[in-house]
Design a protein around this ligand. Structure first.
Ligand code: AP5
Ligand code: MG
Length: 218
């Protein structure tokens, strides 16, 4: 099964991708996580992506496609959930051609969430800087055994960066949704409700699959 999780910043892509990893045994490929890891490791791509990440701007297409394609080649199969890619029509065209040559078309799940709810979600999000795990101060608080100094806010979750990301989503990423609607691959899912409720809606929309296997992550 090949799933593209699409949606605006804060729509719940990462949260729902983790649920699909557990229930469907898929690999989780998050371009945001891969870019943050590259920045932390100070690789060439990480250094080039650094300022884009901090400001919430899109990293250039060629860099993101490279990091994404390398990971797709590495897992070499068709059991993955792709979170945060594609974000431009150019990125979508490269991915479509790659999938057509290898494993076949994906299911594209678009999580629909009102922008007012998004701002609340992102400003309340915190990250475990050691594990990369994501929390929400109210809906998904960090477990009490996580040391406070490990819990940080992403730079792009500050108000000015959130506004920037939402604007960029409207200008550059929303057309990707229309691209997949035209291809007939798009499934729109209401992303408002509890995390379990949204997961159940996604599950109901996905083709029936085989039993889960152990957690896999990017
Ligand atoms: P990325 O890390 O992908 O960020 P994003 O798309 O802006 O999305 P987020 O991770 O902020 O949100 P999410 O949808 O995963 O929501 P989450 O599940 O965390 O990308 C970061 C940056 O990398 C980009 O700005 C760009 O610079 C670069 N980049 C990445 N991919 C790129 C690409 N393809 N091209 C170019 N540049 C790229 O949930 C958010 C919060 O809400 C959490 O606190 C969560 O606990 C909470 N929550 C989730 N679900 C619910 C619910 N149902 N109810 C209540 N709270 C909920
Ligand atoms: Mg995410």
């Amino acid at each position: 099964m090949r799933v593209l999780l699409f949606g605006s910043p804060g729509a719940g892509k990462g949260t729902q991708a983790h649920m699909l990893v557990h229930t469907h045994g898929l690999y989780h490929l998050s371009t945001g996580d891969m870019l943050r890891a590259a920045r932390k490791a100070r690789t060439d791509i990480g250094e080039k992506a650094k300022s884009y990440l901090a400001q919430g701007r899109l990293v250039p297409d060629v860099l993101v496609w490279k990091i994404c394609k390398d990971r797709l080649d590495e897992i070499g199969g068709d059991r993955f959930v792709l979170d945060g890619y594609p974000r431009t029509v150019q990125q979508a065209q490269w991915l479509d051609a790659y999938l057509e040559d290898t494993v076949g078309p994906p299911v594209v799940i678009s999580l629909e969430v009102d922008p007012n709810i998004i701002v609340g979600r992102l400003s309340q999000r915190r990250i475990n800087r050691e594990t990369g795990e994501s929390y929400h101060l109210i809906f998904q608080p960090p477990p009490i055994d996580v040391p406070l100094e490990h819990i940080i806010q992403r730079k792009d979750d500050r108000p000015e960066a959130i506004i920037n990301r939402l604007r960029i989503y409207e200008e550059q990423t929303r057309p990707v949704k229309e691209h997949y609607r035209d291809l007939g691959w798009l499934i729109e899912i209401d992303g408002v409700g509890t995390i379990d409720e949204v997961h159940n809606r996604i599950n109901a929309a996905l083709p029936q699959v085989t039993a889960p296997s152990p957690e896999r992550a990017s």
